[in-house]
Design a protein around this ligand. Structure first.
Ligand code: NZQ
Ligand code: ZN
Length: 385
């Protein structure tokens, strides 16, 4: 196990009917900007619950943060924060609204060009302060509610940014607020959580026993409740388990001190930027092919995954690994997500453009060991057709 720092200051308020406590967590005199997406929070009553809980406070609203939030949209909110002297942000929505709010929190206090914040990749940005913020989560998937990263669309690609200044102060996780999600978004959420977990687990053995067992627990929970929570959206316990898995898959816990491989996300981001495929769906398409092409490098962990997560113990090593990959693909498909590029209208002719986009974004040395070149990305994409 490698040395690591582990820091997570976000307070979690989990459970149904807790939004009435919202005012207790925001300083009384603050000017609060409530941020949301394309309108689901209005349609399903979450925004009303929030404004009721904060009645009597100085409230402002900014709606229209789109999925895969755009820099230009977020900069409009930055202007409001500056003009109105806003001192607290409240994100009400899914990963896009939470990530957008994190970016706004940093950009509003950044003295230089905020575009720079998107140039640091996995390194922390050199920001000195951020507007404090909290979140009310309506979509379990990204873990953004308890981590310090975000992903923003700009200049034809999606760029991550990180800063310890943008851990939410608090996050309300009320599973009932997610009951209104369409099945496709719940499936995206299950797969996003699954892939966050395997990208910190299916690498190479590194004696992170707690991290491995915790990752396996998250994966097995998703396998148990994934289909169930799509088919029975108001089954509270199934949804509550998805919500808590999503948060814990990407809050730093399972990735501390172990190798990580974000290949699936890095190629997936280009697919979303170029073809508009939902984030979770890109991951379902890519993961089986990435494991197939990277079988050798991931041999030991794929075998461990086969045995401990799916109970596959018969056959040669190769047969077990192939069975684990096939079973994973079937799991994603049973959730309702297709697992090929062609199912989204992407053909061999598009591959050159995807490779060019990866090159432009500097995604030329991916994987847990940095040895995944553009040629290997090409093989992965060809396999995923
Ligand atoms: O915009 P509205 O009208 O609110 O509708 C949204 C949106 O269309 C809808 N929705 C959300 N909650 C709902 C609901 N519909 C009905 N009922 C509800 N309760 O769902 C749609 C998708 O929302 P979005 O926020 O885009 O989805 P998700 O939470 O999957 O977030 C995806 C974004 O997060 C980034 C992705 O790249 C993508 O931009 N990620 C952020 C990460 C992080 N911060 O750590 C890590 C992830 O790997 C991911 O990259
Ligand atoms: Zn993700």
């Amino acid at each position: 196990m490698n040395n690591f720092d582990y820091y997570n200051p976000t307070k979690i308020l989990f459970g149904k009917d807790r939004l009435t406590e919202l005012a207790d967590h925001i300083v009384p005199d603050s000017k609060v900007l409530i941020l949301y997406g394309g309108g689901s929070v209005k349609k399903f009553g979450t925004l009303e619950k929030v404004t009721q809980a904060l009645s009597g406070r100085k409230l402002f609203e900014f709606g229209g943060i789109e999925p895969n939030p755009h820099y230009s949209t977020l900069m409009k909110a930055v202007q409001i924060v500056k003009e109105q002297d806003i001192d607290f942000l409240l994100a009400v929505g899914g990963g896009s609204v939470m990530d957008g709010t994190k970016f706004i929190a940093l950009a509003a206090r950044y003295e230089k060009n905020p575009e720079e914040l998107l140039q640091f990749g996995f390194e922390h940005v050199p920001a000195k302060s951020a507007v404090p913020f909290g979140t009310v989560v309506t979509l379990p998937a990204t873990g953004s509610e308890m981590n310090c990263g975000g992903v923003i669309s700009h200049n034809g690609t999606k760029s991550p940014f990180f800063s310890s200044l943008v851990f939410p102060l608090f996050s309300f996780l009320d599973p009932t607020l997610t009951f209104s999600l369409p099945p496709k978004q719940v499936a995206n959420g299950v797969v996003d959580t699954f892939i966050h977990t395997v990208e910190q687990y299916v690498t190479f053995p590194d004696e992170g026993r707690f991290q491995d067992r915790t990752a396996e627990g998250i994966l097995q929970t998703l396998i148990e409740i994934g289909k169930k929570t799509i088919d029975n959206p108001t089954d509270y316990d199934a949804r509550a388990n998805l919500v808590w898995c999503a948060t814990n898959a990407l809050n730093g816990l399972i990735g501390a001190g172990v190798p990580q491989d974000w290949t699936t996300h890095m190629i997936g981001h280009e697919l979303t930027a170029m073809f508009g495929i939902d984030h979770g769906h890109t991951l379902a398409i890519l993961q089986p092919s990435i494991w197939t092409i990277r079988k050798e490098q991931k041999h030991d962990k794929l075998l461990q995954y086969a045995e401990r997560v799916w109970g596959i113990t018969e056959g040669t090593d190769d047969e077990r690994i192939d069975q684990a990959i096939a079973t994973t693909r079937s799991f994603f498909e049973e959730l309702g997500l297709s697992t090929s590029l062609s199912s989204c209208g992407i053909t061999e002719e598009n591959i050159d453009d995807i490779i060019a986009a990866l090159e432009k974004s500097g995604r030329t040395a991916l994987s847990e060991s940095g040895d995944l070149t553009l040629d290997i990305s090409r093989k992965i994409l060809e396999h995923a057709l």
